[in-house]
Design a binder for this molecule. Structure first.
Ligand SMILES: Cc1ncc(COP(=O)(O)O)c(C=O)c1O
Length: 414
């Protein structure tokens, strides 16, 4: 199997060849650029103006800087990794039972148990929000309190899905530098709960994000310390692992070390941000705690009938350690971006430990970058108060980021 670095080279070479043939800008790495160039050529020769969906009218222009996307908006603006797309196509041959009763799903369930070095209960869903909300509903009752970082995705970006699927459970946002909850913060939050039954809601779960929304990473000892406090009060601990792979490769840990061996009870294991089309796994480490999760997922509208296509994505993601290679590339790109920005006086505001880089951009530079076609979101964080003439930019790299994206972006910043 090709490593991701090799896939990257292959992509660059075929694009160069494609440009040599007709000079067109071919719309997307989803499309085989070489085939697209030939099709453009055929359209040109036949006088057709259809361009088969390609955005590049095949004029004989030379590729410009504008061809370099500088897309740092999110890891979900990236395409689907080719081996995963290929796996979906392969799974499309013939018929298979629906609702997860197919061979692909059984194989992924076995693979996840192997990967985590124990029998786990695993359920695939198409979104990270569903994974988080259903997992939390499984481990916390409707009268339960789920503690999470105040700027966590579940608290800020899931439109109340955890409370909705949790039948009214309550999220309690905790403060913490660089996206992380400190053990003493959890301790003091817990001190408010427990003394006023049946009037008060019950402390039921802790949810941490790995890698965090700030692009930082909890070390295994930090996870273990939080789990120890939580378990001492009978809380379950959930990990939002939308970027689990990015954390894992940076720490050089095993999936088991980073989760249940440190005390995690349930994991939302993300594949979408890492290169899948739409695939996440809820992994419950003690299968006894997974009772009726299947019904919960169905009732919540997240059991896919053509489930084999979810499973095919997850299988390809894990196959040959593709997930590790893709995350390693995304992280390396973030490190390079962070280092190059620091070298020109724009140091990252949080340690760059996964695939996110946060920088304070002067407003004029922000406007210049946007005008040049760079794509990223202006962010806000309670822990980072910037002067009004600065924009907090969140730059996200992915498996698809190329060195040329970074070079062009950094040159514009100089
Ligand atoms: C940390 C984190 N968790 C969960 C999600 C949920 O993903 P989805 O958009 O698939 O629901 C995201 C997506 O941005 C995320 O960043």
């Amino acid at each position: 199997m090709l490593s991701y670095a090799e896939h990257g080279k292959f992509r660059a070479q075929t694009q160069a060849v494609a440009r040599d043939i007709c000079g067109a800008r071919h719309v997307s790495p989803l499309r085989d650029p070489l085939a697209c160039a030939f099709a453009c050529h055929a359209d040109l020769a036949s006088g057709s103006r259809d361009w088969h969906g390609c955005n590049g009218a095949p004029t004989l222009t030379v590729a410009q800087d504008d061809d370099i996307p500088m897309n740092f908006a999110s890891d979900n603006t990236a395409p689907v990794a080719q081996p995963i797309l290929d796996a979906i196509v392969r799974a499309n041959a013939g018929y298979a039972l629906g609702y997860g009763n197919d061979d692909w799903t059984a194989a992924v369930e076995r693979r996840l148990s192997d990967l985590f070095e124990r029998d786990v209960a695993a359920f695939l869903v198409p979104t990270g929000t569903a994974a988080n909300a259903l997992a939390l509903a499984q481990v916390a009752p409707p009268w339960g309190v789920v503690f999470a970082h105040a700027e966590s995705h579940i608290a800020t970006d899931e439109c109340g899905a955890p409370e909705f699927f949790g039948g009214g459970c309550k999220l309690a946002g905790l403060p913490g530098d660089a996206g992380k909850i400190a053990p003493e913060t959890l301790q003091s939050a817990l001190a408010f709960y427990g003394g006023h039954s049946p009037h008060q809601m019950v402390a039921a779960a802790l949810s941490i994000t790995e890698a965090t929304e700030a692009g930082t990473i909890y070390r295994i000892e930090e996870i273990a310390a939080l789990c120890e406090i939580a378990h001492a009060r009978s809380l379950a601990v959930h990990m939002d692992g939308a970027r689990f792979a990015n954390a894992l490769v940076r720490l050089n840990a095993t999936p088991a070390q980073l989760t249940w061996q440190a005390g995690i009870d349930a994991l939302s294991f993300g594949a979408t941000k890492g290169g899948a089309m739409a695939a996440e796994a809820v992994v419950i480490f003690d299968p006894a705690r997974a009772a009726f999760f299947g019904e919960r997922r169905k009732r919540g509208g997240h059991l896919l009938s053509k489930h084999r296509f979810l499973a095919a994505q997850f299988a390809a993601f894990l196959d040959g350690d593709l997930w590790v290679d893709l995350a390693r590339h995304a992280n390396a790109m973030a490190s390079e971006l962070g280092e190059k920005l620091a070298a020109i006086g724009l140091p990252p505001l949080f340690p760059v430990e996964a695939n996110l880089v946060f920088v304070a951009l002067p407003r004029a530079l922000d406007a210049k970058l946007k005008a040049a076609g760079a794509s990223y979101y202006a962010w806000s964080s309670e822990t980072l108060r910037l002067p009004v003439d600065k924009v907090l930019a969140r730059l996200v790299t992915s498996f698809a980021t190329q060195g040329e994206d970074i070079e062009r972006f950094v040159n514009l910043c100089k």
